[in-house]
Design a protein around this ligand. Structure first.
Ligand code: AHG
Ligand code: MN
Ligand code: MN
Length: 322
């Protein structure tokens, strides 16, 4: 089986970027090891702190953030860092070629139940006309990403990665400590009979989105004339891994009762990297109205509604949201 680095070389990925990806994945290998040890490595449970978004930080959120941040600061390849667990951007190496944003630990509520969790990351080129400590470094559309990926800490540790070409899957060989190519090209089927949404939010959705889900629930006797199955992991990384692996539609729509903050998922380090992986696997990724990768972020912790996965199903959903 092919190792990650030769795959990237074969894809003609520039050497500096390969070294940066390697740094991120070394940190993820360390996170994977600690996750695998669970209570034995003292990583379960909460801290007494909250992040800027008002969410209680789990120990593993903080540990993963620190590991990634320290390794990226040391790498010399990163000018600016943004993280879900950092209130503001962190200036790293002056004149370094890239900027990196990440969700160090996605699916925090799954940590203490031995459920699926992961790390989501994205890389852009640094802007030379913007200071390293300015969040305007990240005022770039998702279509400018030079690399996007996630590492899923599941029964096996898997990496989904795209550097502009196909989205590929690698599996961490824990006996050798390297990522091996296990799916050369992910292709999301255009049609699906599986949806992923937090149904407990039903009364917070727009009429259009509620109608869409209602029609799915009607099954064979309804307008869609087919039975739909539902899955909800509570970790975008786990739900999107399923969608990338066997198709489906994943939705986190706006909450109409919260006009001040209608969306839950973060554009920079959740929606954008997933959208790039999805598009490069033949899928489609939208908010309720626009292509995710076309949005110019207004701030680093901006949130957006998400509808992504199998192209025909995403298109169908969008017809209800006009
Ligand atoms: P995080 O753990 O990084 O804060 O992200 C959790 C996100 C996302 O992974 C998941 O899809 C969603 O929150 C789950 O939301 P619910 O609480 O509605 O299930
Ligand atoms: Mn997350
Ligand atoms: Mn997180």
């Amino acid at each position: 089986m092919k190792r990650l680095i030769p795959c990237l070389e074969q894809d003609k990925v520039e050497i500096e970027l390969i070294l940066l990806i390697k740094t991120i994945l070394t940190a993820c290998k360390e996170i994977s090891f600690r996750v695998g040890q669970g209570a034995l490595s003292n990583v379960l449970g909460s801290t007494l702190d909250e992040n800027i978004q008002g969410e209680t930080q789990k120990k593993l959120d903080v540990i993963s953030n620190q590991l990634l941040k320290d390794m990226l600061l040391e790498s010399g390849k990163v000018r600016t860092i943004a993280s879900e667990e950092e209130d503001y951007v962190v200036a790293a190496t002056e004149n370094a070629p890239y900027i990196v944003a990440f969700d160090p630990l996605d699916g925090s509520s799954n940590i203490d139940i031995n459920g699926q969790i992961g790390t989501i990351f994205t890389i852009y080129r640094a802007k030379n006309d913007v200071a390293a400590d300015s969040e305007l470094q990240f005022a770039q559309k998702g279509s400018e990403q030079v690399c996007a990926g996630y590492v899923l800490y599941g029964p096996s540790t898997m990496l989904a990665l795209t550097t502009g070409g196909p989205s590929r899957l690698y599996t961490l060989d824990k006996t050798q400590g390297c990522y091996l190519l296990t799916t050369e090209k992910l292709t999301i089927a255009t049609d699906t009979q599986e949806f992923s949404v937090n149904m407990s939010n039903f009364h917070q959705w727009s009429a259009g989105f509620s109608d869409y889900i209602n029609d799915l629930l009607l099954g064979e006797s309804g307008v869609r004339a087919k039975k739909f199955n539902m899955r909800w992991n509570g970790a975008m990384v786990g739900d999107m891994h399923r969608v990338l692996s066997r198709g489906g539609i994943f939705c986190y729509p706006n909450d109409i009762n919260k006009p001040e903050q209608p969306a839950k998922l973060r554009l920079l380090y959740e929606a954008n990297p997933m959208a790039m992986l999805v598009e490069n696997a033949n899928g489609k990724a939208y908010t309720e109205h626009e292509r995710i990768l076309d949005i110019l972020p207004s701030h680093i912790h901006q949130r957006v509604a998400v509808v992504m996965g199998s192209t025909n199903e995403v298109n169908k959903c969008l017809t209800y949201l006009k």
